[in-house]
Ligand binder design. Structure first.
Ligand SMILES: CN1c2c(nc(N)[nH]c2=O)NC[C@@H]1CNc1ccc(C(=O)N[C@@H](CCC(=O)N[C@@H](CCC(=O)N[C@@H](CCC(=O)O)C(=O)O)C(=O)O)C(=O)O)cc1
Ligand SMILES: N[C@@H](CCS)C(=O)O
Ligand SMILES: [Zn+2]
Length: 759
């Protein structure tokens, strides 16, 4: 019999219960046991829902109070020294301190999980680091599920992925050198799981879809040999891409099963079948990264090929990856129109598809005929729907000339003209765009949406917020101001709501990091901009001050990468459509007198293909889309961009090719290390390296920021450096913001004094 399996369920809760409870705990409003109780209820609810959906192989330990990689770090006792003694207990408070930092100890670094909008906490390694089984979370959750009659398949991030994603804190340490010690803890944990009754474990090794070094390949052989000795059977899970040249490695490892992603890489099925030998094969057929209903007939045809080749008993049907990356339940959406809704599937609906496919294999097509027909009809209707095509857009795009991707003059000329106009001091200070999205702001928006606050009152409220923010920035002594983004629920969703071809959900939350969630808009059709989206707010803010106020836009690549994108058109085409809409907005801002315009491309790197070979083509169209959006303005208009991630080395030429006049980047958590890439590449334009880690509630002092700026000015010419935080301030509270900005301005002034003394 073929089993229906799941690799991971979204843990935040259909109504973001976990988020709300965690945030209450952090504010000391509830006790730890109340927090733990909500965790338990969510796990139970999700197990029940999976069972009800017809899933036979249900995961445990996919729940997390912050992040599954941090859970593994805690399990292995890999606590950085600043959070307590290496052999001390790891309780929830130390765990949260590692994730969020404390006044004394900066948080551990956080970065993007492969090519998703999910962030994990980066493990830290030192020489001679001692590992020990420091948490029984995986075991406890397995036992918890057993109490409700479920023998789950516990999930663990695998040792090679965990080490590969971590960071050595000493220059000549290779994390993989720690493998042996780490493996002994994994083996101990697997032994305990087996003793508790676990028949299988899911070991997640998504690095198997990356370009691997010989040392990583060898680490896989060592690791799987060690783990296969005495624990439960291993389902080795790979996802987010093709195994490619790692296929023979993956199929030579002593594991009992292999999960492959057949949504991203359907072409690998026959090769995998040919090499699977006597292992179980888990077919990732239902898209765990997007919200479209599956083409069940095609999925069934793929599954039948596997069953025919290796027998039903060794085949599992599954989503392509954990369902962490999609919203929980489409049935909660009461305002989406029926036609659009019929095209979609969220986590619970996807599990229904997985179970339906397994049933079709086990009982024959008649057993699920109605479901399959409904699905095929919906997909057919989607293809034929007049709502998805707008011929005028294709026609306009075909008329875009190559010159539309170039500014009028080279950067050096623009720089001179802009310097004359803006007359900024050395080390100009600015922020990235958003100011605190306080409870008051969110509640006003929620009241307006419910109809409890009329549009006029809501507009007046937002104007007052903006006015207060401009006054505050002037008082704080910032040089380049922003309007504060109070009118925006999210930097992508806000634009999605105003563009044609997009739809949005009410409850389609997806975890981004910790308690923070996003509601990615859904791009279902050709994109157009019916009217200006931001001009009124920028114009209003600029009318309040004589200092420049940056117009604030989200770039086309980021809108694309942070949305659920239609799967019936190449992503590059959809991106060009969005770029044209943003270009129109940029030109309208300029015409309205906005002299600096920031186009955020926070997610440009996130969309970078995981394999080197696929990268040039992506970078080519992504940079082209940015340039199309940004280049329709005069030389005097200063274009900024912003990116909040900390790996630039491999895409420096592309970043330079974007040709933004100023780029602000996240650097503070990595101690300015990544500026080396800008220095080595001799990045020609201006740079604002973040000097304040805004992901942590910690207030950085002026001396620390000054140190970071000094480090920056050792590698970047001082007259090209801007002073700003790592990212927007929407998640912070006003008191921390005010203290931190006062320190930031002080640090910039100190740098100016030192520079004028030296000149
Ligand atoms: C910069 N980042 C972003 C990413 N992706 C995006 N799509 N957007 C981003 O900004 N990826 C990388 C990083 C990740 N960082 C963050 C940072 C902050 C958040 C965040 O704050 N998320 C909020 C939700 C934001 C939002 O949509 N708010 C809405 C709805 C607010 C709400 O919950 N309203 C309540 C009522 C109000 C109340 O009582 O308080 C309700 O409707 O029930 C809004 O402002 O209108 C979060 O809450 O997690 C995300 C990613
Ligand atoms: N302008 C946005 C960028 C976040 S990446 C903000 O400030 O929140
Ligand atoms: Zn950012």
């Amino acid at each position: 019999m073929t089993h229906a399996a799941n690799l991971g369920f979204p843990r935040i809760g259909a109504k973001r219960e976990l988020k709300k409870t965690m945030e209450s705990y952090w504010k000391n409003e509830i006790s730890r046991s109340e927090l733990e109780q909500v965790g338990l209820e969510l796990r139970r609810r999700h197990w029940h829902q999976q069972r009800e959906a017809g899933i036979g192989i249900i995961p445990s330990n996919d729940f997390s109070f912050y992040d599954q990689v941090l859970d593994m770090t805690a399990t292995l006792g890999a606590i950085p020294e600043r959070f307590g003694p290496a052999d001390g207990d790891i309780d929830l408070d130390i765990y949260f301190a590692m994730a969020r930092g404390t006044p004394e100890a900066p948080a551990m670094e956080m970065t993007k999980w492969f090519d998703t909008n999910y962030h994990y906490i980066v493990p830290e390694f030192t020489k001679g680091q001692h590992f020990r089984l420091a948490s029984n979370k995986a075991l406890d959750e397995f036992n918890e599920a057993k109490k409700i009659g479920l023998t789950t398949r516990p999930v663990l991030p695998g040792p090679v992925t965990w080490l590969s994603l971590g960071k050595a804190k000493e220059p000549d340490l290779d994390p993989l050198d720690l493998l042996e010690d780490v493996l002994s803890v994994y083996a101990e944990l697997l032994g305990k799981l087996k003793d508790a009754g676990a028949e299988w474990v899911q070991i997640d090794e998504p690095v198997l879809v990356l370009d691997l070094s010989d040392k990583q390949k060898e680490a896989f052989r060592t690791a799987m040999r060690a783990l296969s000795v005495s624990g439960p059977k291993i389902m080795l899970a790979t996802y987010f891409g093709k195994l490619g040249d790692n296929l023979s490695l993956a199929t030579s490892l002593p594991v009992d099963g292999l999960h492959v992603d057949l949504v991203r890489a359907p072409e690998q099925l026959d090769d995998v079948i040919a090499r699977i030998a006597d292992r179980h094969l888990s077919l990732g057929l239902v898209d765990g990264r997007n919200v479209w209903r599956s083409d069940l007939d095609t999925c069934l045809e793929q599954a039948e090929r596997a069953v025919k080749a290796i027998g039903a008993d060794r085949v599992e049907i599954a989503p392509s990856c954990s369902l962490l990356h999609v919203p929980v339940d489409l049935d909660q959406e009461k305002t989406l129109d029926d036609e659009l809704k019929s095209w979609l599937a969220f986590a619970r609906q996807k599990l229904g598809e997985v179970a339906g496919l397994a049933k079709a294999l086990n009982e024959g097509g008649e057993a699920v005929a109605a479901e399959f027909v409904a699905s095929a009809n919906a997909n057919r209707a989607r293809k034929a729907s007049p709502r998805i095509h707008n011929p005028a857009i294709a026609e306009r795009l075909s008329r875009v000339s190559p010159s539309a991707l170039n500014r009028q003059s080279p950067y050096a000329e623009r720089r001179a003209r802009q310097a004359q106009i803006f007359k900024l001091p050395a080390f100009p200070t600015t922020t990235i765009g958003s100011f605190p999205q306080t409870k008051e702001v969110r509640q006003a928006r929620a009241a307006n949406r419910r109809g409890d606050m009329d549009d006029q009152s809501y507009g007046a409220f937002l104007k007052a917020q903006t006015k207060g923010c401009i006054a505050y920035q002037e008082e704080a002594g910032l040089d380049v101001l922003v309007h504060g983004e109070f009118e925006r629920n999210d930097m992508v969703e806000y634009f999605g709501e105003q563009l044609e071809g997009f739809t949005f959900t009410r409850q389609g939350w997806v975890q981004s990091y910790g308690s923070r969630c996003v509601k990615p808009p859904i791009i279902f059709g050709d994109v157009t901009r019916p009217s200006p989206m931001t001009v009124g707010w920028s114009q209003y803010a600029q009318s309040l001050t004589s200092k420049p106020v940056k117009g604030m836009l989200t770039g086309p690549v980021t809108i694309l990468n942070w949305s659920f994108v239609r799967n019936d058109l190449p992503r590059s085409e959809t991106c060009r459509q969005i770029a044209l809409a943003i270009r129109d907005e940029v030109q309208d801002l300029e015409a309205a007198g906005i002299a600096m315009i920031q186009i955020d491309e926070a997610a440009l790197r996130e969309g970078l293909p995981l394999r080197q070979d696929d990268r040039p083509a992506y970078l080519d169209w992504a940079v082209g889309a940015f340039r199309l959006a940004a280049s329709g303005v005069r030389d005097e208009t200063q274009i900024h961009t912003h990116m909040c991630y900390s790996e630039f080395n491999d895409i420096m030429p592309a970043i330079a090719a974007m040709d933004a006049d100023v780029i602000s980047i996240e650097t503070s958590r990595s101690d300015m290390e990544l500026l080396d890439a800008f220095a080595e590449f001799e990045y020609p334009n201006e740079i604002g390296p973040g000097v304040w880690d805004i992901h942590s509630p910690r207030v950085p002092d002026a001396a620390g920021m000054e140190d970071l700026l000094k480090k920056a000015s050792r590698v970047i010419p001082a007259d090209r450096i801007w002073v700003n935080p790592d990212c927007g301030l929407k998640t912070r509270g006003w008191p921390e913001v005010k203290s931190s900005i006062a320190h930031l301005v002080t640090a910039a002034q100190a740098m100016r004094r030192a520079a004028s003394a030296a000149w």
